[in-house]
Design a protein around this ligand. Structure first.
Ligand code: F6R
Length: 589
């Protein structure tokens, strides 16, 4: 994961610019951060474990430097393991997003050559590899930089400074890097969002390209031919959405509250894109929905929706498992990735594998201009606005709403699909009242001593139960597990003790009678039963009412679990926007 940002140009208060840019990239990882600046002929490095928070740096102005915000993969969360990493001489500094999969053998080779390592990271090998090449050749050229990058296995985005020539080099393999050109100089970052205020034009670096940034201008090289190529500059997109808190205490509460607007916007704007995707599904011989984490539960919901609404089998595969399922893909298959960020490494890898087998690629995606957006043949944009809380809330409901409309479009009932989504949006708006939220807060209080929680649903509510468990556990740190209601008696019920909170999704569909039986079985073991539905039942100890919106039920069912996770987190003193050990954009495998 990790966020990276660099600048070469007119001398400026660069340390503070870098910290500012890194804060916009902290969604990519926030366990430690670091900065390197070229100052008076040497590299000044500052790095620290922990979030950037209110950190300030008092460093002289500089015209070359970069910074990194880390999500640890190799090596613990320590100051020493924070990036940048230097070579033995202090001439080269490196920041890196990704994993150098063959770092052990490279490190062993470099240690034999006498290199001294200061961190436990995989990334540090890159600085020493550059040093080794400079011993042989003196100057590091784009070609030599490219040859060093060629030795690295795995998905990576790398920026290096050669302090001797005051040159920055950058290259990538799948992980994103965006170059920026502005009036004062050139910039580069993991995400164009960090370039606002610094760049007017951007170029998305492609795999196999090396960028050389010197004196504020960018030169680009094709690694295979080592021919200079022209960047394809395009205008940096405006920030069309409000990225502030808009009066909310944190992004999680803001983004939960935005859901009715997001769903309404989607139902009103996505018609053309939905009919194009529906057409592609109808033409395909096998459609696969692929996603990770929350997006995978949206995808699983999709497979139920297509079955019940469009009477069509649509396969569902978790992104990281896709490569074990890809063997039967053909050039008539359609693989649709669901993603908020469009940068999830497991998804990008799955899509590359699908493309290699000739499949058509689609996406249901929030982040426009992301890697996924640029690689697919057709896309339904969620237009949910930036999701800044690490937990996915509005992007999840937007994905499910898209699938509801898509399944109805395939079934020849597009108006019904849109109506269901609009009804669910109004229902969510009616829930977002002080009184209803207060009820969830009260349940968070009642369950404050819980160490474990179980969530059950059947049919369309089964993926909802899985997503509810993820939402609760990742922010409250309560062990929460979702199950298909019918599976309880096959083992899980052994875990239920007197007082164990058990959340039961009981919508007005064919699953209700059976799920109430499951609730009774849990109650017989003295579990504390929280029912969610439009009708109360004697099986429930506590009831959370949500309107009956038919096949759009997953949309209204999501909110109680999001809210319960949120309030349980606040009770425990957890940061709802940046839970421990997580990152928003999972760009490593
Ligand atoms: C959970 C969460 C993650 C993401 C997953 C995929 O709240 O946010 O499980 O859903 O990492 O991310 P995207 O949708 O960006 O591909």
């Amino acid at each position: 994961m990790c966020g990276i940002y660099g600048y070469v140009g007119e001398p400026t208060n660069l340390a503070s610019d870098i910290l500012c840019a890194l804060k916009t990239l902290e969604y990519r990882g926030y366990d430690s951060w670091g900065v390197a600046l070229g100052v008076n002929g040497h590299l000044e490095v500052r790095k620290s474990a922990g979030k950037i928070g209110d950190a300030t740096l008092s460093l002289p102005t500089s015209g070359i430097g970069f910074g990194h915000t880390r999500w640890a993969t190799h090596g613990g969360v320590t100051d020493a393991n924070a990036h940048p990493h230097l070579d033995c001489t202090g001439r080269f500094a490196v920041i890196h997003n990704g994993i150098v999969e063959n770092f052990r053998s490279l490190r062993a080779e470099l240690e034999l050559q006498g290199h001294h390592f200061r961190s436990e990271t995989d990334s540090e090998v890159i600085a020493h590899l550059l040093e080794e090449r400079s011993k042989q050749e003196g100057r590091i050229s784009p070609a030599t930089f490219g040859q060093v990058i060629d030795r690295l296995q795995g998905l990576s985005a790398i920026i290096a400074i050669d302090n001797e020539t005051r040159t920055m080099f950058a290259a990538k393999n799948v992980s994103p890097l965006v170059l920026g050109a502005g009036p004062d100089g050139s910039t580069i970052a993991s995400d164009a969002i960090a370039l606002h205020g610094k760049a007017e034009l951007i170029h998305h670096l492609e795999d196999g390209q090396v960028a050389e940034i010197h004196g504020g201008s960018v030169r680009l090289w094709d690694l295979a031919s080592m021919r200079e190529i022209a960047p394809t500059w395009r205008k940096l997109p405006d920030r069309s959405f409000d990225t502030g808190l808009a009066g909310h205490p944190d992004f999680m509460s803001k983004e939960m509250a935005e859901q009715p607007d997001v769903l309404e916007r989607l139902a009103r704007t996505a018609n053309g894109e939905i009919s194009a995707m529906a057409h592609a599904i109808q033409e395909s011989y096998g459609t696969f929905l692929v996603g990770c984490g929350t997006a995978s539960y949206a995808a699983l919901t999709g497979s139920y929706l297509f079955s019940r609404i469009a009477k069509r089998h649509v396969n569902f595969v978790v992104g990281s498992e896709f490569k074990y399922h890809e063997h039967f893909l053909t050039n008539r298959s359609l693989v649709i990735a669901l993603s908020q960020s469009g940068e999830t490494a497991d998804i990008i890898e799955a899509m590359l594998a699908a493309r290699a087998r000739g499949a058509r690629l689609g996406a249901i995606l929030n982040a426009e201009q992301s890697t996924l957006d640029r690689m697919v043949d057709l896309c339904i944009p969620l237009r949910a606005g930036p999701e800044q809380c690490v937990l996915s809330t509005k992007a999840y409901t937007a994905k499910v709403a898209t699938l509801i409309m898509l399944a109805h479009e395939v079934a020849g009932q597009p108006d019904l699909g849109r109506k269901l989504v609009l009804d669910a949006a109004s229902a969510l708006r009616s829930l977002l009242t002080r009184a209803w939220i207060g009820r969830i807060q009260a349940i968070a209080e009642m369950t404050r001593a819980a160490t474990s929680m179980f969530i059950i649903g059947r049919g369309l509510s089964y993926p909802t139960a899985l997503e509810a468990a993820l939402k609760i556990k990742e922010v409250s740190y309560i062990h929460a597990e979702g199950f298909a209601g019918g599976e309880l008696k096959h083992g899980v019920i052994a875990l239920v003790e007197p007082g164990t909170p058990c959340i039961v999704y009981a919508p007005e569909d064919e699953s209700r009678r059976d799920i109430i039986s499951g609730a009774m079985e849990l109650k017989a073991r003295r579990g504390f039963i929280v029912g969610i539905g439009s009708r109360n039942d004697p099986a429930f100890d506590v009831f959370v009412e949500v309107p009956d919106v038919g096949d759009a039920a997953p949309l209204v069912q999501a909110l109680p679990a999001q809210m319960l996770g949120y309030h349980s987190a606040l009770i425990r003193g957890n940061d709802p926007d940046k839970p421990r050990n997580l990152a928003k954009s999972v760009t490593v495998k």
